[in-house]
Structures are given as structure tokens and as C-alpha cells.
Ligand binder design. Structure first.
Ligand SMILES: C[S@@+](CC[C@H](N)C(=O)[O-])C[C@H]1O[C@@H](n2cnc3c(N)ncnc32)[C@H](O)[C@@H]1O
Length: 456
């Protein structure tokens, strides 16, 4: 017999009829942290992990059938929503399987790559006296296979294949694909956009066009900045008329294009990972209310509302098209948009009815869009309670169709944030850009700035 390979408890698995109803029921039991759903197309299931801040509580895996051939459909038909397996990690999966086989367990199938565990190998084993146990190994052999597999991330695989044919995006996509967690993340963004387009009777071709057009529009303006040293605009009223109030540009290119850059531009991917892994993961208690300035494409808001299912939000944007688009992104992806109060306003002049009632604040890529960033920061800070956490991004030396205010250094932005009664938890220049902007551009001076701050 083989020796005991050390099994580390990982989670209890529940099969559920409806993920949304199940997560809301767990909310009543104090579960306050939920991962974004991951689709396992081979098993035809959709998976969310739930946990509580209390360290002794077990992590739960909620598994919803996603298709007629789903491996869990029979379980539901027989017993309704119920617990059905316990999962352990084992460093050497093959050795663990041999060890458990010696003790009467039988594998239900060959080990395969698990989308819920970044492509690590997993297997279900059955014991007559115990039922189902899942084992997740830690070896890397299946990860490459999972990464290459178009089956588990169909939207991302289709769109990335298409976009990689473009000279400007090819290097960026090849760079991103080297990252282990990238493809499942990209699938989340791209399938969210595809859900909206499907609802509107539009196809994935139009999505690909939107992100290409948005990327080329950005590149043209940045090339011009490198040549002239000046941003395209200085006047907000003109940008409002030409961009934010322009329905065809906003709904056809700007908003869907910018949404997809969250998965396709390396710098936006990095920022979104930090938003999830540092900002959202860093709250001592789940926030009850957040404010987002410049909600734009709505992806950041969607991630936030999924992570904190009992929180409400205030979303402020000067563009009626951004408000409409972001609300539709929420609805098309199963998030109740009535949890959000959408307000059309210029954040530099915004006078909220209630102040100091938010414990989280997000202001991504807004400060460079206004003539006076200090007035935007002032109204943002007024909405936050003392001790609220804020996520703020902007750019240095980076021009676009709607950029107005040119920041020149990280120190300048740090000082502006600190000057509005914030303490910096983290401030950094996010690398890399990895977009090739054409031969006219020697080296791109763009720097992307990110801060996590706490209101004093
Ligand atoms: C570049 S997008 C940012 C989207 C998203 N926050 C992100 O980080 O990707 C800029 C958004 O800010 C909005 N915006 C620009 N100036 C604004 C202002 N003065 N007041 C309110 N919203 C503004 C635009 O309508 C647009 O939706």
C-alpha cells in the first residue's frame, strides 16, 4: 500500500438549481465573498465559490447545471439542491489516486484540467460508504492543455483568435496568453459583452470591430501627442458634444470597445486584476454602499456587485449612453440593476443629496477627462465615510479622443489625492503597455497610474 499523501481540505460542493438564489440564501448565513462564475464547458456546469471572513468556515463550491448533458443534472432531479462532495488538495494526484484506490475508492473518470482551479488536474472518486470525493492536484501538466483548450473559454478563444490577426493587438494577446489566470478572466469580460450583444441582436463580429476601432482611435491620438506634445482637447464642453453625447460613437465603438480592452490591453488586464485581488479582496467587512464616478462600460461595477451581493451602489456619469450601456451590461449578466442608482451628472460639479454614506469608492480613468481634477476628487471624497477605501486610476502622458488634463508624474497625482484627505495604501505605475502603436511612434511615453487610498 502507498503511504498517506497528505490531503488538505479545500471545499464542500453543493449542486444548486439557481446560482443567484443560492448565493443570496448564503448571504443570510453570513457568506459575504463570492467569486465570479466560471464555466466548465466539458462538464456543462457553472461554478461560484463562496466564503465567509470567519476563518473556520468551510469554503463552499456552488455548482449549477449549464446544459442538458450536465454532469450534475441527475443529482438535482433526484435530490434537489444539496451537498454532494468534499474536495481535498493533493500535491501528487496520481499518487493520491493510487492511495485511495487501495482503500476502496474508484475514479469516476480520467483526471482532467479544471477551469475552476486554473487548469489544475482534478478527479472525482467514489466510495460506497462515503459517496463522492473530489481531488485537485497541483501539478502543471494539464495547465498548458487547459490554456490551449478552446472548449473551456469559447468566447475568449474565438475573439482572441480573430483579434490576434491584427498587427497592433497580436503582441499584446501573445503576451497575455502566457499568464496562467488570463484566459478564464478574459472569458469573463468577453462573455459579459457577448451576452449584451446577443440580447441586442448583435453579433461577435461587431464586438471585434468595436475593440479594433477603439484601439486604433486611441493609437491615432497618442501618435499625435508624441509628435506635438499636446493632448487633443482642452475644452470639456467640446468633448461632451463630440464624444459623450455622440450616440453612434459611444454605443458603437467607445463603450463596447473600452469594455473589451479590459480583457485585451495588457495594462487594463493588470489594473482589473489589482482591482479584484487587492482592492475588492482588501475590505475588513463587506461594504454596504459604493460610489463609482465615470461608470462607463460597467464591467468594474459588475465585478463589484457580484463580489458583494448585498451592497448597493451609486453610479455617476456625464454620458446618458454610459449609464444606459452599463445598466444593460448588468442586466444581461444577471445582476439586478435596481441595486444601483444611476445619476447623470458632471462629477466636477456634482452636489449629492447625501454625503459621507459610501464605504467604497471607484474612480477609474476620470481625472484625465476633466478640466479640473481637484473638483472631481473633492466631490468624490465628500461621498465617502471616514475609513472608506477608494480605487483611483488615471494616466500620465497618454492622449485619447477625450483626454483633457495632462498629468506628468506619479508624485503629482499622489499629492493631489493625499491633499483631499486620503491616505495612500498603495500607489503605483502599472506596467506594461505592450501595444504597438505604429512606426511613427518611437517609444510610447504612456504611464498608467493606480492608487488604493483610505479616506481620513
Ligand atoms: C475612460 S471611461 C472610464 C470607464 C471606467 N471607469 C474605466 O475605468 O474603464 C470615462 C467615463 O467617464 C465619463 N466622464 C467623463 N468626464 C466626466 C465628468 N466630468 N463627469 C462624469 N462622468 C464623466 C465618460 O462619460 C465615460 O463614461
Amino acid at each position: 500500500m502507498t503511504t498517506d499523501p497528505a490531503y488538505r481540505f479545500d471545499h464542500v460542493g453543493l449542486v444548486v438549481k439557481d446560482l443567484r438564489q443560492a448565493t443570496s440564501a448564503l448571504g443570510a448565513l453570513g457568506y459575504d465573498s463570492f467569486t465570479s462564475p466560471v464555466d466548465d464547458l466539458r462538464q456543462q456546469v457553472r461554478i461560484v465559490f463562496a466564503s465567509r471572513s470567519e476563518p473556520s468556515s468551510p469554503r463552499l463550491e456552488l455548482v449549477e447545471p449549464a446544459g442538458d448533458g450536465s454532469v450534475v443534472r441527475d443529482l438535482l432531479v433526484r435530490g434537489g439542491s444539496t451537498t454532494y462532495h468534499v474536495c481535498y488538495r493533493a500535491d501528487d494526484l496520481e499518487r493520491a489516486m493510487t492511495h485511495l484506490s487501495d482503500h476502496g475508492f474508484r475514479p469516476l473518470a480520467e483526471p482532467a484540467a479544471s477551469p475552476a482551479f486554473e487548469g489544475r488536474p482534478f478527479v472525482f472518486m467514489y466510495h460506497l460508504a462515503l459517496g463522492l470525493v473530489e481531488l485537485v492536484g497541483s501539478d502543471d501538466r494539464h495547465r498548458g492543455e487547459a490554456r490551449r483548450s478552446g472548449q473551456r473559454c469559447p468566447h475568449a478563444t474565438r475573439l482572441l483568435r480573430r483579434l490576434a490577426a491584427d498587427g497592433q493587438l497580436r503582441a499584446a494577446i501573445e503576451y497575455l496568453l502566457q499568464e496562467r489566470e488570463y484566459l478564464p478572466y478574459a472569458e469573463g469580460v468577453i462573455s459579459a459583452a457577448a451576452a449584451l450583444y446577443r440580447e441586442q441582436g448583435r453579433g461577435e463580429d461587431e464586438l471585434a470591430e468595436a475593440v479594433l476601432e477603439y484601439t486604433y482611435l486611441y493609437a491615432r491620438h497618442q501618435v499625435s501627442f508624441v509628435k506635438t506634445g499636446a493632448y487633443s482637447h482642452t475644452d470639456f464642453a467640446r468633448v461632451y458634444e463630440e464624444v459623450y453625447d455622440n450616440e453612434a460613437l459611444m454605443l458603437g465603438t467607445y463603450l463596447p470597445g473600452l469594455l473589451l480592452t479590459q480583457a485585451i490591453w495588457p495594462v487594463h488586464y493588470r489594473v482589473q486584476r489589482l482591482f479584484n485581488d487587492v482592492f475588492l479582496a482588501g475590505f475588513d467587512a463587506p461594504p454596504a454602499r459604493m460610489v463609482e464616478f465615470g461608470v462607463g462600460h460597467g464591467w468594474t461595477l459588475l465585478e463589484y456587485l457580484r463580489r458583494f451581493p448585498r451592497s448597493e451602489a451609486l453610479a455617476v456619469d456625464v454620458s446618458r449612453h454610459s449609464l444606459q450601456f452599463s445598466a444593460s451590461v448588468l442586466r444581461a449578466n444577471g445582476v439586478d440593476a435596481s441595486r444601483v442608482r444611476f445619476v447623470q451628472a458632471d462629477v466636477t460639479r456634482y452636489e449629492p443629496e447625501v454625503t459621507a454614506d459610501c464605504d467604497a469608492g471607484v474612480m477609474g480613468e476620470i481625472l484625465e477627462h476633466v478640466e479640473d481634477p481637484t473638483s472631481a476628487l473633492r466631490s468624490f471624497r465628500r461621498l465617502l465615510r471616514p475609513d472608506a477605501r477608494a480605487f483611483i486610476t488615471t494616466v500620465i502622458d497618454s492622449n485619447a479622443v477625450d483626454h483633457i488634463y495632462q498629468f506628468r508624474s506619479q508624485a503629482e497625482i499622489d499629492a493631489m489625492i493625499v491633499g483631499h484627505a486620503f491616505e495612500l495604501e498603495r500607489s503605483e505605475i502599472v506596467e506594461p503597455r505592450r501595444l504597438r502603436l505604429g512606426d511613427e511612434l518611437g517609444s510610447d511615453p504612456t504611464k498608467y497610474y493606480l492608487a488604493v487610498a483610505r479616506a481620513k
